[in-house]
Design a protein around this ligand. Structure first.
Ligand code: AP5
Ligand code: MG
Length: 374
C-alpha cells in the first residue's frame, strides 16, 4: 500500500518490507558472529510492544542457543515527576549474571534505552548489548552505546512493523511516514500567572481558530464536583494553592489528545505547569509526529493577580479564590514551579509574550494579532 490512514492522520510508504528484511539479515549476521562458539545462553530481551515484529524476525535468524524474555515499558503515560520511563511489566526471566541482548524497534531520544540499561545493571546482568531495528541519530542525545543498528533514519514520525500511532498501525509489514500535507494541527499553550486571563482568552482563541481548549484546572474542578477518587486527592492540594502531581495531569491531557477529533488543533490552559510537564508535553507531541506551535504568555504583575482573583471570587466562588492567603500561595507556587518554563520555551524559540494589562478586548486583540502570524 502506498498510503495508510490511522485515526486523523495519513502516512505514506517509507521503508518497504524487503529493505527491513535485508537490514535484519545484516544485524543477525553480526550477532551470530559475536556469539560464535559461546558456551552460555544469552537472553534476547524483547521490549514490548514496539519490537513484537522485529524480535521474532531476528530470532529465527539466530543460530546459537538463546532464551527469549520480554519487558514492557511506557515512555509517557504514568510518567512520574522525575520524568522517568515507567515499567508496566518487569523482566519475564531472571537476568542476574547473564548476557542480555536488548531488542528495540527504535531508538530516538534514548530515554527508554537509558532506563533499561540502568534496570539491567540493577538486576545484575553480566553484559548488555543493544540491538535496534531503527535509529534516529538526530534525536539521540545519550551515551549508551548501540551495538547493532538495522537502519538509521531521519527524525520523522513513522508507523508500521511494530511501531504505533496511539496504539494502532503496528500490524503493517512496511514502515510508513507521516504525510507532510497532513501536519497542519496546531498546538498552543496559553501561559501566565493565576488570574492573568488564560481561561478568558482561551475561550475566544478556541472559537476563532477552531481549537480544542483543555484547561487542566477545569478538568480537576469537574473531578472534584463529581466526587471521584482523583477529585478527592486533588481537592486539598488545589485549595491550599499547591500543584497536583504531574502524572495525574499528564494522564488527563493524554486522554484528551486521544479522544478529540475534528479540530484544527489544541489549546492548553494551565498545562504544562512545571519543567517536567513541559518535557513530557514535548515527548507526547513527538510521539504523534507534532510539535508545539507557540506559547502565548499573558503577563500581569502580582498585585493585579490579587485584584482580579478577589473580583472573580465574588462572581464564581471558586474554592481556591476564597482568601488572600490561598491566592498568595498560588502566586508563590507559580513563581517557584511554573515561571522557570519561560526560559525553557525561550530557548526553544517558542515563547511569545503579550501584556495582560488593559481591557479584556484590548488584550484579546493583542493575542489575535500574534496568533494570526502562526
Ligand atoms: P487553574 O484553574 O489553571 O488556575 P490558575 O492558573 O490559577 O488560573 P486561573 O484560572 O485562576 O486564572 P486565568 O488565567 O484562567 O484567568 P481568568 O481568565 O479566569 O488551576 C487551578 C489549580 O489546579 C492549580 O492551582 C493547581 O492546584 C491545579 N492544576 C491545574 N493545572 C495543573 C497542572 N498542570 N499541574 C498541576 N496542578 C494543576 O481571569 C481571571 C479574572 O480576571 C476573571 O474574573 C476575568 O473575567 C478577569 N479578567 C481577565 N482579563 C481581564 C482584564 N484584561 N481586565 C479585567 N479583568 C480581567
Ligand atoms: Mg483559568
Amino acid at each position: 500500500m502506498e498510503k495508510i490512514r490511522l485515526f486523523d492522520k495519513t502516512f505514506k510508504l517509507f521503508i518497504p518490507n524487503a529493505e527491513i528484511e535485508k537490514a535484519i539479515d545484516e544485524v543477525a549476521a553480526k550477532i551470530n558472529k559475536d556469539n560464535e562458539g559461546c558456551s552460555d545462553i544469552p537472553v534476547i530481551l524483547c521490549v514490548l510492544n514496539g519490537s513484537m515484529m522485529f524480535t521474532p524476525a531476528l530470532m529465527k535468524r539466530l543460530n546459537f542457543t538463546c532464551e527469549l524474555a520480554s519487558i514492557k515499558l511506557s515512555s509517557y503515560e504514568g510518567t512520574t515527576t522525575t520524568g522517568k520511563v515507567q515499567e508496566l511489566m518487569g523482566f519475564t526471566t531472571p537476568v542476574a549474571g547473564r548476557r542480555v541482548i536488548v531488542v528495540e524497534d527504535i531508538v530516538d531520544t534514548g530515554n527508554t534505552i537509558v532506563t533499561l540499561a540502568e534496570k539491567l545493571k540493577e538486576h545484575k546482568a553480566r553484559e548488555v548489548k543493544i540491538c535496534t531495528l531503527l535509529f534516529k541519530p538526530e534525536a539521540y542525545s545519550k551515551d549508551v552505546k548501540l551495538d547493532y543498528v538495522g537502519l538509521s533514519i531521519p527524525n520523522a514520525f513513522i508507523v508500521g512493523y511494530g511501531l504505533d500511532y496511539n496504539e494502532v498501525g503496528r500490524n503493517f509489514e512496511d514502515i510508513y511516514v507521516l504525510d507532510k500535507e497532513d501536519t497542519s494541527m496546531k498546538f498552543y499553550v496559553i501561559f501566565g500567572p493565576p488570574g492573568a486571563g488564560k481561561g478568558t482568552h482561551a475561550t475566544a482563541m478556541a472559537e476563532r481558530y477552531n481549537l480544542h481548549h483543555i484547561s487542566t484546572g477545569e478538568l480537576l474542578r469537574k473531578e472534584i464536583a463529581a466526587g471521584t477518587e482523583l477529585g478527592r486527592q486533588a481537592k486539598a492540594l488545589i485549595e491550599d494553592g499547591r500543584l497536583v502531581p504531574d502524572d495525574v495531569v499528564i494522564r488527563m491531557i493524554g486522554q484528551e489528545f486521544k479522544t478529540v477529533k475534528g479540530v484544527n488543533g489544541f489549546l492548553l490552559d494551565g498545562f504544562p505547569r512545571t519543567i517536567e510537564q513541559a518535557q513530557v508535553l514535548d515527548d507526547m507531541l513527538a510521539k504523534i509526529g507534532a510539535q508545539l506551535t507557540a506559547v502565548v504568555s499573558i503577563m500581569i504583575p502580582d498585585d493585579v493577580v490579587v485584584e482580579r482573583i478577589r473580583y472573580r471570587a465574588t462572581v464564581e466562588g471558586r474554592a481556591d479564590d476564597a482568601s488572600v492567603e490561598i491566592i498568595q500561595h498560588r502566586i508563590d507556587t507559580y513563581h517557584q514551579q511554573t515561571e522557570p518554563e519561560i526560559g525553557f520555551y525561550k530557548e526553544k524559540g517558542k515563547y511569545h509574550e503579550v501584556s495582560g494589562i488593559g481591557t479584556i478586548e484590548e488584550v484579546r486583540d493583542r493575542i489575535f494579532k500574534l496568533v494570526d502570524t502562526f
